[in-house]
Design a protein around this ligand. Structure first.
Ligand SMILES: Cc1ncc(COP(=O)(O)O)c(C=O)c1O
Length: 289
């Protein structure tokens, strides 16, 4: 049993007591969207950007946002107050409970679920040695910009990577890198950082956008440009990014070393900038308490 409280449709209750109907369209159809928001010093990270992406996902699937930003923030604050240390907020909205029918139900309130959990510290081996990835065909749909809860293709792709002793799958569509099964991708070639531009073929990662912003602030060469499969194979460094994994180096690709097979110098510099940025936010949050 866990006394961890979660939020479900207006109520705060222990996670073991949180129940949704088997007719919930999230359960039946995967009809919903979600967000994952890290929180440092109990302060949600890049909240404005997460709200923007949530609103984009909701409007793309034609679900009204059930709460104002102030209401969301109050829910997050109450759940975050249960723990200290780095946490992630998981927020999930479905089209609600209705008889099974593909068309949208009339007058049905959405199901809203929010939980917080501690962010596991990064495996030190990932930072000192990096990890392995494989390339796979991007079998997903054409609206990857939407943060949909329907993640079956991503799950199959991730599992195929794991089955091949790799930690992440790097997805290739029509000869170009899109992203990872649950991350965005970066390469470095001759000192220049490159990541695919925003498009319907990938999720606009909040961490990705921050890395691009930090590169600009720090005068590091960085391009938002398409990456061919060949460029990926020839890269000096490959990184992935996500809210809970931050920025991690991929040092083996398809069983071959990436560059010299060790985490690269450009990654180390960017990782440091990212940690400094996070620490500044933590200190600001503490200063305000
Ligand atoms: C498919 C996909 N791309 C990219 C990301 C990274 O996005 P963010 O940096 O906002 O966590 C995720 C995160 O889970 C993801 O699932």
């Amino acid at each position: 049993m866990s006394d961890n409280q979660v939020f479900l449709n207006g109520e705060y209750l222990p996670i073991d007591e949180a129940r949704v109907s088997v007719l919930d369209r999230g359960f039946i159809f995967g009809d919903g969207v979600y967000e994952v928001i890290p929180a440092y010093g109990n302060r949600p990270f890049r909240l404005e950007e997460h709200f923007r992406r949530l609103n984009n996902s909701l409007s793309a699937v034609r679900i009204d946002n059930p709460y104002s930003e102030t209401q969301w923030a109050a829910i997050f604050d109450r759940l975050l107050a249960q723990h200290h240390g780095d946490q992630s907020i998981y927020l999930h909205i479905t089209r609600g409970v209705a008889p099974r029918d593909h068309g949208f139900p009339a007058d049905t309130p959405p199901t809203v679920f929010v939980m917080c959990s501690p962010i596991a510290p990064t495996n030190p081996d990932y930072l000192s040695k990096g990890f392995a990835a494989i390339t796979l065909d991007d079998i997903r749909w054409q609206y990857c910009r939407i943060k949909s809860i329907a993640l079956l293709p991503n799950i199959l792709l991730r599992q195929e990577a794991l089955d091949n002793n790799a930690t992440e799958a790097i997805l290739i569509r029509s000869g170009y890198v899109t992203e990872g099964s649950a991350s965005n991708m970066f390469i470095v070639k001759d000192g220049v950082i490159k990541t695919p531009p925003h498009s319907d073929q990938l999720l606009p990662g909040i961490t990705r956008d921050l890395i691009v912003e930090l590169a600009q602030q720090q005068d590091m060469a960085c391009e938002e440009a398409t990456i061919s499969e060949q460029e990926l194979l020839d890269a000096d460094e490959i990184w992935l990014s996500s809210s809970t994994k931050e920025i991690l180096p991929i040092t083996r690709l398809n069983d071959k070393p990436v560059g010299n097979g060790k985490p690269g110098a450009v990654w180390k510099t960017m990782y440091q900038h990212y940690q400094v940025y996070k620490q500044q936010l933590r200190e600001q949050a503490e200063g305000q308490h």
